[in-house]
Design a protein around this ligand. Structure first.
Ligand SMILES: [Fe+2]
Length: 498
């Protein structure tokens, strides 16, 4: 694969940096399950990179040849890359959700998907069927001795971290009721003020309606639920991600309304029934993490659509939140359209914004930090909820316009410097994951790991970048024996599963 190392504002590829055909190759199903040591390696795997990268995302983009309508409706497949003594091992397994097993047995689509997949037979076959498929495909995390595949619409699936065998639904000893959601973006607090400085996992669930309910969960290192609190917010509030500080959970409520009738009548996906309200503000709800504390605050910012936040931290009277914000909803598709034919030029970019939430004056100021199209941020785990300097993110190759992600960018929030490694023209990047070097002091001392689809060979690489210096290019590229469909989120644990 040809690659380019770029500095800010410099582009060596004119016009488009990719072709649609190349990009589409990464959306073919991967039906086979593998288990092997990776022996095709360019460069050297750092011997002190020790642990396991788990990734989740749609493994199937079709059911026995019947195409699904949107990749977010694809059945979840876990990829596990284990690093040990300078070697790496790959394994992938599908999550055996009830829906996956039924559809594989039937050899056809049996369930509607949130993002537009319909049962065959037109709207009449789908009308009044309100059951949505749980794909379990959004994220995967190892916490409290459990490997959990996350999908925000229902409880997680627990997997064996060694075999990736599906063990069943996880309800945390009855804390979750049957079918209750558990967010796909838990935040790991490195030093929880409520727990004497121990790390904890903070997550939430949404119950949507004319008025919505946010439930916040906090788990200790052993995976026990140590705090749970529920809060009502007015209106329909589909919230995908949130962010934390030592004292607060912060939720950005995108201004959308839901016209559910076309969904009920089998004509549209539930996600495509959301209408963005550009004249309405984004509502920001700030909830104290101490369940005894009073004073939930609601502030308002200019309308925008946010999937993911980078981080948040407290500064005196203010909470600072860095987020990837779009002008409108970027993912909806018309029922007859094909996501493989998406016109990127027609989509407004996701851009890096900083929000200053003044809790005293109840005002919000916002500032554009970077206009390059980007999403899927990652940062040093010890800096979650605290002032920080660096993060890493997927981005378009070009500095302007919207395009599939082909670059990984290191953002230095202090100096403003950007370091960019691009896999263009034939490579397409997935979410970066930052892994600190053991016993390191510097915030950027570590590695950035990402799966990169190489359309030239129709295979994926595990790319390892030195987080201190993207400009020197990957320190190792691990060529897999196959491609991995474009994924969503994942996490690294220092525990080694083989
Ligand atoms: Fe996400």
């Amino acid at each position: 694969m040809q690659s380019f190392q770029l500095h800010k504002g410099v582009s060596t590829v004119s016009d488009k940096s990719y072709t649609h055909e190349d990009w589409q190759g990464g959306y073919e199903s991967l039906k086979q399950e593998f288990d092997y040591w990776i022996d095709d390696v360019e460069g050297q795997i750092p011997p002190d990179l020790h642990g396991t990268l788990f990734r989740n995302g749609p493994g199937l983009l079709d059911i026995n040849g019947q195409r699904i309508h949107h990749p977010f409706d694809g059945d979840g497949m876990i990829c596990r890359i284990t690093f040990s003594n300078g070697h790496a091992h790959f394994r992938n397994r599908f999550i055996h959700t009830q829906e996956y097993l039924e559809e594989q047995k039937a050899g056809k689509i049996l369930y509607r998907g949130v993002f537009g997949t319909q049962k065959p037979g037109g709207w009449l076959s789908n009308a009044f069927d309100l059951k949505i498929k749980n794909t379990a495909s959004t994220n995967v995390i190892y916490w409290g001795g459990k490997l959990l595949a996350l999908w925000e619409g229902a409880e997680p699936y627990r997997l064996d971290p060694y075999t990736l065998e599906t063990l069943g639904k996880e309800r945390f000893k009855g804390v979750l009721s049957e079918g209750e959601g558990f967010g796909a973006h838990p935040r790991l607090d490195p030093s929880c003020a409520q727990k004497g400085g121990e790390p904890c996992l903070v997550n939430f669930s949404m119950k949507l309606g004319l008025s919505s309910k946010i439930t916040i969960f906090e788990q200790d290192l052993q995976g026990s639920m140590v705090r749970k609190s529920a809060h009502s917010v007015p209106g329909f509030a589909p919230i995908h991600d949130f962010t934390i500080t030592p004292n607060y959970c912060i939720f950005f409520q995108n201004p959308v309304v839901l016209d559910v009738i076309p969904f009920v009548l089998g004509m549209r996906a539930v996600a495509d029934c959301m209408k963005f309200q550009s004249h309405q503000p984004t509502r920001i709800t700030i909830i104290p993490r101490d369940p005894e504390a009073k004073g939930v605050q609601t502030l308002e910012a200019k309308s925008g659509f946010i999937f993911h936040h980078v981080n948040a931290y407290e500064m005196g009277e203010e909470v600072v939140v860095d987020s990837i914000c779009y002008e409108s909803i970027p993912t909806t598709l018309e029922p007859e359209s094909d996501f493989r034919q998406v016109d990127f030029d027609a989509i407004k970019p996701g851009q890096l914004w900083r929000f200053y939430l003044n809790l005293k004056d109840k005002t919000v100021q916002r500032e554009l930090l970077d206009s390059r199209h980007c999403d899927f941020p990652s940062m040093h785990p010890q800096k979650v909820g605290h002032p920080y300097r660096y993060f890493y993110i997927c981005a378009a190759h070009a500095a302007t316009g919207t395009a599939p992600p082909q670059a990984l960018v290191k953002v230095d929030l202090e100096s403003g410097e950007r370091q960019i490694w691009s896999a263009a023209p034939r490579g397409f990047t997935g979410e970066p994951v930052f892994v600190p070097r053991p016993n390191s002091e510097r915030e950027d001392d570590g590695w950035v790991l990402a799966l990169v689809y190489d359309s030239e060979y129709h295979r994926s690489d595990v790319v390892i970048l030195d987080a201190k210096d993207f400009n020197k290019g990957p320190i190792a590229r691990l060529h897999l024996k196959h491609h991995v469909p474009y994924g969503l989120h994942g996490n690294f644990t220092s525990e080694c599963f083989l």
